[in-house]
Design a protein around this ligand. Structure first.
Ligand code: ASP
Length: 441
């Protein structure tokens, strides 16, 4: 049994957090490879080390002094080393980085140093090897992950090292320069390691006990999700419910490795298990999660005998595509078709698109619904449980919420409804209450 474990920034924000992390790692010998983030926030108004590094880079680029900001960073690391009672000295390296920033080092190099120092300190504290990500995570010259080289090197390198800490978030370009993933990218490093080492589990330790069934900023005290499949996660993430960097899912999903989201501050909680298939896993609920987003527009098109007109739908989509707009959903009836677009994509182009459509597909009716919110009720259990759609519609009807659009994915994994943005919060609460597992769905 082998586990790759990744700890996020808040899990490694100070010496106390380091102690919790070490206790977690030492509790299970299978937790052999550790990916670490840079120190995150210790409290609400605190700053992440990565943000401070980026500020140093911006100041240096504008030829402003950055010593004071750099000292904040250096003191974070010095504080951790001192509080943990380590004899490690990073002064020389700190100085090298300081000079490099002044000499015009790239933003990626500067941003990556938070992970670099934090991982070095964690490795020292755990008494295991530190393996720099520039030695094992590789990009191609167009900036994409070089999976082949990365996997080969990781396999060979770590075959000789039974336990190690690898910094997250960055790797090396073919010319040896440092490149980072996008923000939050340590999740991706963990996933890459898990895949390359054929881990049995990828544990992602953060500051929440996994995913919740609904957004806690909208719904009071929603139930946690114990088990979710990759496909359900994709549906909920699309609607904005995220606990992981989007690109982190791909490597482990491809190799069928489950991810366990855990809480460093509550290690006794089981967290959320993200699995390829949930067959036979007990405790299945009909609905796994409910998520939603505002900021959509629906264009409703009606034309008599549309269903027998060859190429009608294609022409609708082509017209929209010609304006460089990506569509989100496409529910259709016999003689109707609704195209749901995000307001961001449509910005400044709405009237043009409508005029284009009038010309190219000559609808009998065309109506635009601005200010649409989408709500997705997602659950693998829906396939085998009749009446979920009826319950969704019934719940919204009782709240006097008008449904503008319905889209049930052909996977029968979700039901998406479009409602007016003003109804978003009451709809979310009503739906959650209707499917709350604590009340027995
Ligand atoms: N430290 C980086 C960030 O703040 C990467 C990470 O934490 O995953 O985005």
């Amino acid at each position: 049994m082998l586990k790759v474990v990744k700890f996020g920034g808040s899990s490694l924000a100070d010496a106390d957090q380091f102690r919790k992390v070490a206790a977690i790692i030492n509790a299970e010998p299978e937790r052999r490879y550790v990916v670490a983030s840079a120190p995150g926030k210790r409290h609400y108004e605190d700053e992440k080390v990565t943000d401070l590094l980026l500020r140093c880079h911006a100041l240096a680029t504008d030829r402003n002094p950055f010593k004071e900001t750099f000292e904040l960073i250096a003191n974070r690391f010095r504080g951790i080393i001192q509080d943990l009672g380590l004899s490690l000295s990073i002064e020389e390296e700190l100085n090298t980085v300081y000079e490099a920033i002044g000499a015009g080092a790239t933003v990626d190099y500067v941003a990556s140093r938070g992970e670099y120092f934090n991982s070095m300190i964690l490795a020292d504290y755990l008494g295991v090897e530190f393996i720099d990500a520039e030695r094992c995570i590789f990009f191609t010259k167009d900036g994409k992950l070089d999976s082949h080289k990365t996997n080969t090197v990781l396999e060979n390198l770590l075959a000789m090292v039974p336990r190690a800490v690898v910094p997250g978030f960055y790797g090396a370009m073919p010319d040896g320069s440092i490149k980072t993933f996008s923000r939050g990218g340590s999740d991706i490093t963990g996933s890459i390691l898990a895949e390359a080492l054929e881990a049995d589990l990828y544990e992602n330790w953060t500051d929440v006990s996994g995913m919740l069934m609904a957004d806690p900023r909208i719904v009071e005290n929603p139930a946690p999700i114990d088990i979710i499949t990759y496909r359900e996660l994709r549906e909920l993430s699309y609607m904005g419910a995220t606990v992981l960097h989007e690109d982190a899912v791909f490597p482990v999903r491809r190799s069928g490795i489950p991810i366990n989201i855990r809480n460093t501050n509550a290690p006794e909680d089981i967290g959320t298990m993200i699995v390829p298939h949930a067959d036979g896993m007990s405790g299945d609920r009909v609905v796994t999660g409910i998520a939603g987003k505002t900021g959509f527009t629906a264009i409703y098109i009606e034309r008599d005998m549309m269903n027998s007109e060859l190429g009608y739908g294609r022409r609708v989509l082509e017209t929209i595509e010609r304006r460089g707009i990506n569509f989100e959903h496409l529910p259709s009836g016999i003689d109707t078709i609704t195209v749901v677009l995000s307001n961001k994509e449509l910005e400044g182009k709405k009237d043009l698109v409508v005029a284009d459509l009038m010309r190219s597909v000559r609808p009998d009716t065309i109506r635009v619904y601005d200010n649409l919110a989408l709500l997705a009720v997602v659950g693998r259990g829906m396939i085998s449980s009749p009446g979920v759609a009826a319950k969704v519609f019934d719940t919204l009807a009782k709240e006097k919420i008008n449904i503008r659009m319905i889209d049930q994915g052909s996977s029968e994994l979700n039901i998406i409804v479009g409602i007016s943005a003003e109804d978003y919060l009451p709809a979310m609460n009503a739906l959650y209450n209707a499917f709350d597992p604590r009340k027995g769905q």
